[in-house]
Design a protein around this ligand. Structure first.
Ligand code: KIV
Ligand code: NA
Length: 265
């Protein structure tokens, strides 16, 4: 396999091929996931929960993201590499956001991801115009779970759905080249995916997105506590971690994961 470029990813999307993404936080898993055929690795700020034992992603610092991005970049071979801008690093000004994006980019991230609706368009434009590809993130945005009053499906009513779609279109117009949609009704995610030209990567957003992402520890059944409905345990019936990841990639590419009833809203 050759290294996946931004154009390569967009071309695949244009051909209707699904994109399989997983979160990744270290070099060993980066090599394993890459060799198993994962298209894109996300150094998610979910590392706050998964690695650091925090109750949310809010306490994650930019230096933590830089450290883990560097670890993943060393293990990665061909997969596209994204990293999250952590809470506080992009909320104040586009300039502050750019400085944080530069840190992640220098650490090896090929694309930075930030959460939020219309208010982020100026920042998305600022960063993308200056040469760092940007992924937007709408729906349930874990960094603002306090303001959202919990982990709930977003865009359930007509007004919420219309707002989400308008935000998605505005973010694409501002230069976002990918969008993560988290915890939204499958029908809304399908509608937004149809309306956009950029790839829409779903998590708890049903089967009709351009690709899927899961938290690595969730799909390997390493997370404690209740498993959210949209997570599938790929270790069940797998002979190894590699086999579980290969199954995930295969099911995303075939469109058989997520299952409309089992994993959707
Ligand atoms: O931090 C993360 O793991 C994420 C994905 C769940 C999309 O942002
Ligand atoms: Na995240």
């Amino acid at each position: 396999r050759k290294p996946i470029t931004l154009q390569g990813l967009l071309d695949r999307h244009a051909r209707g091929e699904k994109i399989a993404m997983l979160t990744c936080y270290d070099a060993s898993f980066a090599t394993l996931l890459d060799d198993a055929g994962v298209d894109a690795l996300l150094v998610g700020d979910s590392l706050g929960n998964v690695l650091q034992g925090e109750a949310s992603t809010v306490p994650v610092a930019l230096e933590h993201m830089v450290y883990h991005t560097r670890c993943v970049a060393r293990g990665r071979r061909n997969a596209w590499l994204l990293a999250d801008l952590p809470f506080g690093s992009y909320q104040t000004t586009p300039e502050a956001a750019m400085l944080a994006a530069v840190e992640l980019h220098k650490a090896g991230a090929q694309m930075v991801k930030l959460e939020g609706g219309g208010w982020t368009t100026e920042t998305v434009r600022f960063i993308s115009q200056r040469g760092i590809p940007v992924c937007a993130h709408l729906g349930l945005t874990p960094q603002t779970v306090t303001a959202l009053s919990g982990f709930k499906v977003q865009g359930r009513d007509a007004a919420g759905a219309a707002k989400l779609k308008a935000d998605a279109l505005a973010l694409q117009e501002a230069g976002a080249q990918m969008l993560v949609l988290e915890l939204v009704p499958s029908a809304l995610a399908a509608d937004i995916t149809q309306a956009l030209s950029i790839p829409v990567i779903g998590i708890g957003a049903g089967p009709d997105c351009s690709g899927q992402v899961l938290v690595l520890h969730d799909m390997l059944d390493l997370s404690s506590g209740r498993r959210p409905r949209f997570v599938k345990n790929f270790m069940q019936g797998a002979s190894s971690v590699q086999d579980a990841v290969r199954r995930y990639v295969g099911e995303v590419q075939a469109g058989t994961f997520p299952h409309p009833e089992l994993h959707g809203y």
